[in-house]
Design a protein around this ligand. Structure first.
Ligand code: FEO
Length: 407
């Protein structure tokens, strides 16, 4: 199999040898509508080195791409930058096939690989800032703990001014184009934002610190080669700038209304609140949870300043799709949001209070009172919804104006 799967040249020394997953749609709860790639790279140094592997079912694709360049036994080193199984699932099989002289990981990576695969073989820990001598070139490893796992590290090939950034600066996007400059910018923008919102958002403080550290190190960076999505070779500053902006989490006057509905009443309320938000000066996005996936809601929240959540009451509780959304969003720890809770009910009406309490646990500044409508909202109830929307919108504009003045 020398023709079907090729390695793609990134530089004179580095080739992409990963796999394309056109069909994946559920990435541990994240809707990957455009699929993904699991990137791995081969450094053609004196010590031929494989950077990361791929998800287990894609092992043959990885090995075929490697074999298009070298015999498997020619690989002397494997570096595992991140132990999550989309990058290590086939590592034991690859080690078996390649029989490398050495396998490297961060100190936490060594422990994580043993806990995952129980291989009982030596994995060599590389300390933060440590180097791996590849003969005619050198790889420098920097730990990036909690970006996004404790084991994560990036490795820097000074000879090519290239960073192997593992999950960093990646996106879930299956394409036959390997480089960002070959792909429509609007697709890059959306998928990069979605990836950041769903994976990195709660770790934004670590992102800011990493960007500051890389700035202090003053490393020349010509190419960023992540483990998912396209390689950044023309303008790596494009994705670095976006990560810096998203990590800062500065709110805009965008308000996201997210809701579900049983018989259309909570939906009517959502629409009236949306009209009120517009009247109050906010930009509005309505998202119905049986039409919009939780991971798309979080993407919209990335630059939003308000989250307004609507739920009918069912069996004295929050509607299941809304409870799912709130659990997911709470874990991603968005900051500096204002918000409100609303919903229709038949008798108990507990859901609105329960929603508001979860928003409070997320440190959302609650604006206005819980807004409920019995069975079907009449004109007065919809006017109350409109008034709530206007109140949230005006508060959001006030916050954004004050922040702009302070900058
Ligand atoms: Fe792409 Fe954290 O694995």
């Amino acid at each position: 199999m020398k023709e079907a799967f090729k390695a793609i040249k990134v530089t004179d020394n580095v080739h992409w040898v990963g796999a394309i997953d056109w069909a994946v749609r559920d990435f541990h709860g994240y809707l990957t509508r455009r699929g993904s790639t699991y990137n791995a790279y081969l450094i053609m140094a004196d010590k031929i080195t494989l950077i990361d592997t791929v998800k287990a079912p894609f092992k043959d694709e990885l090995l075929a791409r490697v074999s298009a360049l070298v015999d498997l036994e020619d690989i002397q080193y494997i570096v595992s930058n991140h132990s999550e199984m989309d990058h290590t699932g086939c590592l034991p099989d690859v080690i078996e096939a390649v029989k490398p002289e050495k396998v490297f990981a961060s100190p936490n990576g060594v422990k994580a690989l043993e806990s995952h695969f129980h291989m009982g073989r030596e994995i060599i820990p590389v300390e933060d800032g440590g180097t791996i001598d590849l003969g005619n070139m050198e790889l420098t490893c920097l730990e990036t703990k909690m970006l996004h796992w404790p084991d994560s590290m990036i490795s820097y090939l000074a000879k090519d001014e290239l960073v192997f950034s593992q999950d960093g600066f990646g996106m879930h996007l299956a394409t036959n184009e390997r480089f960002a400059d070959e792909i429509d910018e609007s697709i890059l923008d959306f998928e990069a934002a979605k990836y950041y919102a769903n994976i990195l958002l709660p770790l934004s403080g670590f992102v800011t610190k990493l960007l500051e550290r890389v700035g202090r190190l003053n490393l020349p960076i010509k190419i960023i080669a992540p483990d998912h999505g396209p390689i950044w070779r023309q303008d790596p500053g494009w994705i670095i700038g976006r990560w810096a902006k998203w990590a800062a989490q500065e709110p805009t006057k965008k308000a996201v209304i997210v809701y579900d509905t049983m018989w259309g009443s909570t939906e009517k309320m959502a629409k009236a609140i949306g009209e009120g938000l517009t009247a109050g000066g906010a930009d509005v996005k309505l998202m119905k949870l049986r039409a919009d996936h939780r991971s798309d809601v979080v993407t919209e929240l990335l630059d939003a300043g308000a989250l307004i959540v609507g739920s009918p009451t069912i069996n004295n509780n929050i509607f299941p799709t809304v409870a799912d959304l709130l659990t997911y969003v709470k874990g991603l720890k968005p900051v500096d949001l204002i918000g409100a809770a609303f919903g229709s009910y038949g008798w108990g009406g507990e859901a609105v209070r329960q929603v508001r309490e979860i928003l409070e646990q997320m440190n959302v500044e609650i604006v206005g009172d819980d807004t409920r409508a019995k069975y079907v909202p009449d004109g007065d109830a919809l006017d109350c919804c409109h008034a709530l929307g206007r109140q949230v919108g005006e508060r959001l504009v006030e916050i954004c104006t004050a922040e702009a003045a302070a900058r």
